[in-house]
Design a protein around this ligand. Sequence first.
Ligand code: GLN
Length: 286
Amino acid sequence: MEANEHLSAGATVAELLAWAFQQLSAGESPKTDARLLLAHCLDQSSTYLMTWPDKIVETSIQTQFQQLVMQRKMGHPVAHLIGTRYFWTLSLEVTPDTLIPRPETELLVEQALQLPIGPNAKVLDLGTGTGAIALSLAYEKPTWQVIGVDIVDDAVALAKRNAIANQLPDVKFLQSSWFTHLSAKTFDLIVSNPPYVESDSQYLSQGDVRFEPITALTAGKDGLDDIKIIIEQSLAHLKKGGWLMIEHGYNQATELATLFTQYKYTNIFHKKDLNNQPRITAAQKP
Ligand code: GLN
């Protein structure tokens, strides 16, 4: 394939990386992508790449690497190509069945951990996907009882695999469309990174999101369809004084505050992400 152009068999780590940087130079993060892909093919860390630039790479690995670089060049997310994404302290398996965990969602984890919640809290993660939020909270708070739900069966299976792989077997995952399979269970904390992108957003035609499930991304014209359901239905599933914390779009904070107020929640607050945009809103059931 054209991937072999300008690169002969028996190339070194440094030569392969240089070739890949060039192939991916039109992308957002050519260097990081190239390193992640080569480290994956070699089954080594990025540090290995720095330490052994002159190491000759086996032909079969070189071929695999070149194929992955070409797929990346066509837009496939690195997380799908290597099947893993780091989130919080965890290494999570990722498949095209769910959203790829995002760094901004670590803000939600960080903020949820700051809430005044007791050691025996019951915690629910709505739309858990890979299980990223549920597993991170359980990792930090081993005495919390954490459940994650997702509408997609394959996501539930994936989250269960991630629980086992990260030695967090006590986290429960089950299939449920928001609260449908949670019967009368109540929680001290409900967290969610729901779909919140506007259905006609330009953003959906660029980058990794093109390869992610649209149902995990969009929620109606204003992106608020699912957030409205969550704010309304959480009332029946929160204990008195329980907290609901939601990730949302940078331009949705006012709408969330309005919805929380409409449903009589108290202590509403927002938190900004690293881009200084409001990204999380939380409130308490009175
Ligand atoms: N923050 C996500 C993004 O940037 C959107 C994910 C979501 O809808 N929950 O793609």
